[in-house]
Write a protein that binds this ligand. Structure first.
Ligand SMILES: Cc1ncc(COP(=O)(O)O)c(C=O)c1O
Length: 421
């Protein structure tokens, strides 16, 4: 090794060796910088996280766990995983952490594998009411391999119907109750779920893929004290690399570890595990708490701004980083709104709303979230403008050029990967 130690990532090398892929990287960076990113499940991870992801740790096979690997030469990557585990436990106050799941879906697969046998009954939130595919959808392994009973939200309040959850639990005696959602803007009462699970002798799994970042920063109450197992993703409000993780009680530690490896995965992605460690350390800093409070305040400002323009927020508002907007009174489908916003430089996703008369490909709603714009440094002033621009784009497709210009003006000040994290 010369005076300049080889680190790894070298964009110039990629450009000369593979200009086509180098161009993809450049174009994606431009896309992320040149539009408003309102997808609730996305964020701009830090340059330090990106550095860990683009490292030689990707080369290493490390089946097993720190100190108990099935390959030689793991003593260095062991340190990365040990740090990730310790930081996750500290961040969330958990007895045990497994940082190897490749994604949120595989974290759920591992949790089910640890707690259930095929054919067992589980109770989870219905996909059309905000649940996730892995919570028992028929097109997913969870719906095919388990006997799934679904709960939803009330038609009047659009809030989880805890009486219905309890009634279904008493009637069906599930072995596992899953709480957590992918499109639910309100706080979930994990204590209520714990009580119901205890009443019927079920395990409680909290899939907090979405709000885990807010829990890490203390902006909303944590599910960890209530659930036997907590699954989450590291790439949403938590602002880490794309991936999953599991927290659990000491009692379930061995079962969870064996479910992740060797049951559902082989070698862990050690570069991603290292990047998770970096993100957990960032989330342990006091600044991250401020970030998560601003994410929620921004979501509330945006939701209020949209409501003032006649764009109805499902359940009347939000307590988190996301809102679900019912567009039926506007007379525009979710799919059309998504398209109109894209044309105006605003990226968001269509989303079914509870009791949606439209199919999932069309939908009556859109979902918006504030993790990205908050990372970019936007505050209440900017979020009011975002609400105005989004409304203009959805209601008046002819205004796309004007909206694009005003989006550019916002982004000229709040450009990702230029300002401080
Ligand atoms: C509640 C919930 N669980 C699981 C997942 C799956 O995560 P991944 O896409 O990493 O598999 C998501 C993703 O959005 C989610 O919202």
């Amino acid at each position: 090794m010369g005076a300049q130690p080889y680190y790894g990532p070298d964009f110039g090398l990629l450009q000369s060796q593979d200009p086509e892929i180098a161009q993809v990287l450049l174009d994606e960076l431009d896309r992320e910088r040149d539009g408003l990113q309102l997808i609730a499940s996305e964020n701009f991870t830090s340059p330090a996280v990106l550095a860990a992801l683009g490292s030689t740790l990707t080369n290493k096979y490390a089946e097993g766990y720190p100190g108990r690997r099935y390959y030689g030469g793991c003593e260095v990557v062991d340190r990365a995983e040990q740090l990730a585990i310790e930081r996750a436990r500290r961040l969330f106050g958990a007895e045990h952490a497994n940082v190897q799941p490749h994604s949120g879906a595989t974290a759920n697969l591992a949790a089910y594998a640890a707690l259930l046998q095929p054919g067992d009954t589980m109770l989870a939130m219905a996909l059309p009411h905000g649940g996730h595919l892995t919570h028992g959808s028929k097109v997913n392994f969870s719906g095919r391999w388990f006997d799934v009973v679904s709960y939803g939200v009330r038609r009047d309040s659009e809030l989880i119907d805890y009486d219905e959850v309890r009634d279904l639990a008493l009637r069906h005696q599930p072995k596992l109750i899953v709480c957590g959602a992918t499109a639910y803007p309100r706080l979930i009462d994990y204590g209520a779920f714990r009580g119901i699970a205890d009443e019927v002798g079920a395990w409680l799994l909290a899939d907090v893929a979405h709000p885990i970042g807010l829990m890490a920063g203390g902006a909303i109450p944590s599910a960890v004290p209530y659930a036997d197992v907590v699954t989450f993703t590291t790439h949403k409000a938590l602002r880490g690399p794309r991936g999953g993780a599991i927290l659990c009680t000491g009692e379930l530690a061995r079962k969870i570890d064996r479910a992740v490896f060797p049951f559902i995965q082989g070698g862990p992605l050690m570069h991603v595990v290292a990047a998770k460690a970096v993100a957990f350390a960032e989330a342990l800093r006091p600044e991250f708490a401020g970030y998560t409070r601003r994410v929620v305040a921004n979501a509330q400002t945006l939701t209020d701004a949209l409501a003032a323009e006649g764009m109805r927020p499902v359940s009347g508002g939000t307590d988190t980083h996301l809102a679900l907007i019912d567009l039926r009174d506007v007379g525009v489908s979710g799919a059309e709104a998504e398209r109109r916003c894209a044309e105006a430089g605003i990226t968001l996703n269509r989303n079914v709303i509870p009791y949606d008369p439209e199919p999932a490909a069309v939908t009556s709603g859109i979902r918006v979230g504030t993790p990205c714009v908050t990372t970019q440094g936007m505050g209440p002033q900017e979020l009011k403008e975002v609400g105005t621009l989004l409304t203009l784009a959805v209601r008046h497709p002819g205004s796309a050029a004007e909206v694009r210009e005003r989006v550019s003006a916002l982004l000229a000040i709040h450009r990702p990967y230029l300002s401080e994290y």
